[in-house]
Write a protein that binds this ligand. Structure first.
Ligand SMILES: *[C@@H]1O[C@H](CO)[C@@H](O)[C@H](O)[C@H]1NC(C)=O
Ligand SMILES: *[C@@H]1O[C@H](CO)[C@@H](O)[C@H](O)[C@H]1NC(C)=O
Ligand SMILES: *[C@@H]1O[C@H](CO)[C@@H](O)[C@H](O)[C@H]1NC(C)=O
Ligand SMILES: *[C@@H]1O[C@H](CO)[C@@H](O)[C@H](O)[C@H]1NC(C)=O
Ligand SMILES: *[C@@H]1O[C@H](CO)[C@@H](O)[C@H](O)[C@H]1NC(C)=O
Ligand SMILES: *[C@@H]1O[C@H](CO)[C@@H](O)[C@H](O)[C@H]1NC(C)=O
Ligand SMILES: *[C@@H]1O[C@H](CO)[C@@H](O)[C@H](O)[C@H]1NC(C)=O
Ligand SMILES: *[C@@H]1O[C@H](CO)[C@@H](O)[C@H](O)[C@H]1NC(C)=O
Length: 733
């Protein structure tokens, strides 16, 4: 039984492949996987065979070409991946058309109550307006998929659209159907697109799973499981085997998804620590190529929070998604001898647990418990190297009756619903401190745990999870990141294998094909699903328009009508929530949108002071930087502006998608220590799709700290909000 918090976010290591190939001329152990970029190709190579032959011409003549070339790229850039020695790469550099070669890097990765939490209900509102995402294809780059899971049944699904060119690489062709229309395997060690890790099955069902009644996790969170876009099609690109995601396979996944004709790409994968510049960021480059083709790309922001500057996947053409809670809790309450009660969480809900107060002892990190703690409740903290499950096992080994697991400070209020080895509740840092205080106040501390089952309606929801990565995006601080937050804590979704667990609870079943996971890996496919709904409702909207609609309509308050909080239960700042929490119904009718055309990103990239070649490698054609704009000048739906005492002016252009004849008036909120003027202060429209521009002039009176606030354009019917972060002008790199 292991229900891990998925910190499937990439680590950076070089691959040293130990594969053996039938190549007699080179010492195989000297070969590494290289990614080779070639010059742009003006004459379109008529077939992928010609392309492949041209790529082969770069290999050493004495080598076995078919064993060396791993993948020929067609869409993401002109180039290929191959097994080569460093000597061979040096030879290759002399050939005409060669641009660069480098060893690949390795990525490791980063319900279904959430649709109703997001205000999606059958036959009304956005599900009605979008036909639940009918006709839209969501491609996921992930660990594979379990094709036989009930979430991928095709009841009520139409045929795939005619443009679809994808393949089903399962050996049983009936594994694909009208729901799961494509499944391809690019992963090392795997022979099919099936899912050994479970991650890809979970994310796919979150984005577009079909309705499954009676889904639950050990009897908890019981209900109808369904994805955000239940009528959208799913295409899986398996780029990771287990949690090992090789870079060249990621590029291959993007290449195939773009060529196959998906509409939305969801990538719950990224680097954990390493933040490459955009021209060296494989996910950013793949996403750029997708965006050019009108494909919307949603990516996880990373699980490296709550530290500043930890956000990943921050290119401005990507929707970067942070994670927050939903209003569902699987409740387990710690009750102390002094009568105090602290509500925590556990998905193990025994019905026969002692209703008497038991002695309470402090086991600290609970990594090494030796003497018998028979019949006692053990207070453990989340520190150290052992998982929650291992701590529970340790308590069990010394005959402990139960465990109160308290958060370390940085985890604040974020708790997980996991299936535990002993009766357990996980409580917040603050509650844990009070429990310790109580223990110090008495010579005979006692406690019990009462299990309250699944509860809906937590007024603190959404609360940002501690692990959700935070801005600024260090490689382009002039773009506010993350863009949005969405459900990513204790998400119930499909799982490929039955989960074996103890049957201690009368209500629990011994197996489950649903699992509860937490991570920005879980919030990303929620937003991919929302994008699919919007694409279906507004087929003419560009990826940037969809993104703008999601961002300018986001929620700033929680269910209790207070400002959305972070894990410390203080109001979350803009570097934590970006534009706020996704509100799909409002996003369907945003009034105005901030659109961006693919070519608009070129002066932005030039303005990052990248060389012509660096910009060219992102844009995939020869670029000479003739015009440069400051980052903050990109027509983005939010603002991130460096503090300067002199006035800076940025221009934005909005497009009317609301009422043809309408007028919007501007209001500025917050922004302490900053003088903001907007000109003009009224925007008038007489037709749909009409554009209007305005200038925002910012002058900072106080150069220290962040000043945050909003610019809101309001008409009788709409309110279009852009967050502004004016940041102290210090280098964060
Ligand atoms: C070349 O490599 C391919 C694929 O690994 C293999 O099937 C073939 O037998 C090899 N040919 C030679 C001559 O070693
Ligand atoms: C191949 O290289 C490895 C390490 O570089 C070395 O240990 C091994 O002896 C070499 N094998 C041959 C056949 O040269
Ligand atoms: C559902 O959408 C159709 C148009 O697509 C609209 O006419 C109808 O009023 C909507 N129904 C509800 C209940 O929103
Ligand atoms: C299909 O592939 C799986 C491995 O992915 C294998 O276990 C199974 O035997 C194969 N079935 C057939 C019919 O080849
Ligand atoms: C889940 O709910 C359904 C109907 O709402 C019910 O029939 C079923 O017994 C419940 N399952 C569990 C495990 O509680
Ligand atoms: C609760 O029931 C389970 C199995 O039915 C049993 O193993 C366990 O010992 C019981 N716990 C208590 C505290 O009675
Ligand atoms: C690019 O270079 C210009 C001129 O040196 C400088 O003013 C600007 O701040 C640089 N931009 C970035 C993003 O580093
Ligand atoms: C906005 O600013 C630009 C240059 O900074 C200027 O050319 C333009 O006239 C201004 N527009 C308005 C409406 O103030």
């Amino acid at each position: 039984m292991n229900l891990k918090f998925i910190s499937t976010f990439l680590c950076f290591v070089l691959l040293h492949s130990s594969k053996t190939f039938g190549d007699h001329f080179t010492n195989q152990s000297d070969l590494e996987t290289y990614i080779i970029h070639l010059e742009f190709h003006d004459q379109v190579l008529s077939s992928s065979k010609d392309l492949h032959l041209w790529h082969q011409s770069f290999l050493p003549t004495n080598s076995n070409h078919s064993s060396r070339i791993l993948y020929s790229y067609r869409h993401v850039f002109n180039g290929f991946a191959a097994m080569l020695s460093s000597d061979e790469v040096r030879e290759m550099e002399k050939k005409p058309g060669f641009v660069s070669a480098r060893p690949q890097r390795i990525f490791q990765m980063h319900t279904t109550h959430s649709p109703s939490f997001l205000g999606l209900h059958q036959n009304v509102g956005l599900w009605n307006a979008s036909n639940s995402g009918k006709g839209v294809i969501i491609g996921l780059l992930d660990t594979g998929i379990d094709p036989q899971h009930p979430s991928f049944n095709d009841n009520g699904m139409p045929n795939p659209p005619l443009k679809w060119k994808g393949k089903c690489e399962f050996n049983v062709t009936t594994y694909c159907n009208k729901k799961l229309i494509g499944a391809r395997n690019f992963a090392d060690g795997a022979t099919s697109p099936s899912d050994e890790a479970g991650h890809g099955t979970h994310t796919s069902s979150t984005a577009a799973g079909n309705f499954v009644d009676g889904a639950n996790f050990f009897g908890n969170a019981n209900g109808t499981a369904v994805g955000i876009a239940p009528r959208a099609h799913v295409a899986m690109y398996k780029v990771c085997y287990g949690y090992n995601c090789e870079e060249y396979r990621m590029i291959a996944g993007f290449d195939a998804a773009i060529g196959d004709g998906v509409d939305v790409i969801s990538v719950s994968i990224g680097f954990e620590q390493y933040r490459p510049p955009l021209y060296d960021d494989t996910i950013a480059i793949g996403a750029y190529r997708a965006m050019e083709k009108g494909i919307f790309v949603s990516c996880s922001a990373g699980n490296s929070g709550p530290g500043s500057g930890t956000v990943a996947n921050g290119a401005p053409w990507i929707l970067t998604v942070g994670a927050s809670t939903t209003d569902r809790k699987i409740s387990a309450v710690a009750v102390l001898g002094n009568g105090a009660e602290y509500e925590g969480e556990s998905a193990f809900q025994p019905t026969n647990f002692s209703r008497k107060l038991l002695p309470l002892v402090n086991g600290e990190d609970c990594e090494s418990l030796f003497s018998s703690l028979k019949g006692k409740i053990v207070l453990c903290d989340t520190s150290g190297y052992t998982s929650r499950n291992e701590k529970g096992e340790n308590v069990k080994k010394v005959d402990g009756a139960g465990m109160i697991l308290m958060n370390e400070k940085y985890r604040g209020s974020t708790t997980f619903s996991e299936y535990d080895a002993v009766p357990t509740t996980q409580v917040s840092y603050k509650d844990g401190q009070e429990i310790i205080h109580y223990m110090k106040s008495t010579s005979t501390p006692v406690a019990m745990i009462t299990f309250k089952g699944t509860k809906i309606g937590d007024k603190h929801a959404p609360t940002v999870a501690y692990f959700s990565s935070r801005g600024p995006f260090v490689k382009s601080q002039g773009i506010l990141k993350p863009d949005i937050i969405g459900p990513g804590v204790n998400i119930l979704a499909a799982w490929p294998t039955p989960i074996e667990g103890e049957t201690t609870s009368a209500s629990s079943t011994s197996s489950s094909t649903f699992n509860i996971l937490s991570g920005t890996s879980m919030s990303c496919p929620h937003l991919a699903g929302v994008a699919a709904l919007l694409k279906s409702a507004h087929p003419d909207w560009s990826p940037a328009a969809i993104k703008s609609a999601i961002m300018t309509t986001a929620d700033l308050v929680n269910l209790g009508k207070n400002l959305i909080q972070d894990e410390t239960l203080e109001p979350a700042d803009l570097l934590t929530i970006g534009s706020g929490h996704v509100n799909p119904s409002r996003a369907n009718d945003p009034g105005l949108i901030y659109d961006i055309q693919p070519e608009d990103y070129i002066p932005y990239l030039c303005g990052l002071n990248y060389t012509d070649d660096q910009v060219s490698s992102i844009v995939n054609k020869k670029i000479y930087c003739t015009s440069r704009i400051p980052q903050s000048e990109l027509n983005y739906p939010s603002f991130s502006i460096p503090k300067k005492s002199s006035a800076q002016t940025y221009t934005r252009t909005v497009t009317n998608v609301g009422e043809p004849i309408s007028a919007y008036k501007v209001k500025v909120f917050g922004l302490k220590g900053v003088e903001v003027t907007v000109n003009p202060i009224i925007l008038k429209f007489t037709a749909l799709n009409q554009k209007a521009s305005f200038n925002v002039t910012v002058k900072s009176l106080d150069l220290t700290g962040h000043s945050q606030g909003y610019i809101v354009w309001s008409s009788d019917r709409y309110s279009v909000r852009s967050p502004i972060d004016v940041y102290p002008h210090i280098s964060v790199i």
